[in-house]
Write a protein that binds this ligand. Structure first.
Ligand code: SF4
Length: 257
């Protein structure tokens, strides 16, 4: 009897295809297209709240807004990305503007005291620690990189207070380089949906680098953050309004709206 190609098993009980090596394959084109269509349906205003229950978030992540406002200036992107960690989008926007007005580059920032930087970026989360990191980063950039932000993952990771999420976001937003920025939303939705299984953002990033087509690397974060903030919420997601539920296993979801 002729062997049936595993790829022909689509559609089957599961929405995942099986490739020739026996691995499941996520239909990324369909998922990405559905998310993009949803985002477009929100309209033009990138700053509006979309969930309709008052608990949703901005349509565009704050770092993207800052990156566009400062014409993808790498220092502005790096500083606002650091401020955005454990900070609400509105606060990131407000504190980034305040900081960048006084310190449009590492030179100007290094002239400020740590106390002044902390005051400028308050109430961003961990503002004192971030003020100290920014001061050290500015000194390193001036000493080692001629005042420029390096466009390299390793060099960025060597800066104080810079982890993979920050480094990826800087590479993507400031330098238009491929990267996958993983935060709580990307990890939660990917695991919930059953696209992958991971315990940490780092593990999620490494798996996505293997399974996600490169053309979607840059955009997946903004889409899933927006989706996670507004529809695929941590508690009681809006599954009834979900545009990707056809490709979601709802792992661990006990209550939905
Ligand atoms: S179906 Fe529900 S759990 Fe799955 S992605 Fe959509 S909102 Fe999230």
């Amino acid at each position: 009897m002729a062997r049936v190609s595993p790829s022909k098993l689509w559609p089957c009980a599961s929405w995942k295809k099986i490739d020739m090596g026996g691995k499941s394959v996520v239909p990324w084109d369909a998922i990405y297209a559905a998310l993009e269509k949803w985002r477009v349906s929100l309209g033009e205003n990138p700053q509006a709240e979309v969930s309709g229950d008052g608990g949703g978030q901005l349509r565009e992540p704050s770092v993207t807004t800052v990156a566009e406002h400062y014409r993808r200036n790498p220092w502005a992107v790096l500083a606002s990305t650091i401020l955005s960690l454990r900070t609400k989008d509105e606060v990131t926007l407000e504190t980034s503007k305040r900081l960048l007005e006084k310190a449009p580059g590492p030179q100007e920032l290094s002239a400020l005291s740590e106390e002044t930087i902390a005051r400028l970026i308050y109430p961003a989360g961990f503002y004192r620690t971030k003020a100290a990191s920014l001061k050290k980063i500015a000194a390193i950039l001036l000493e080692q990189y001629g005042g420029e932000v390096p466009a390299s993952m390793d060099a960025l990771l060597a800066l104080p207070g810079v982890g993979r999420k920050t480094a990826n976001l800087v590479l993507i937003e400031a330098f238009d380089l491929p990267g996958i920025c993983v935060d709580v939303h990307v990890r939660r939705i990917s695991n919930r949906a059953g696209w992958l299984r991971s315990k940490t953002p780092e593990e999620t990033e490494m798996i996505l680098r293997e399974i996600l087509p490169r053309k979607y690397w840059k955009g997946i974060n903004a889409l899933l953050v927006l989706y996670g903030q507004n529809l695929c919420r941590p508690v009681s997601p809006y599954c009834s309004r979900c545009v990707i539920q056809a490709w979601c296993e709802k792992n661990g979801v006990t209550k939905t709206r």
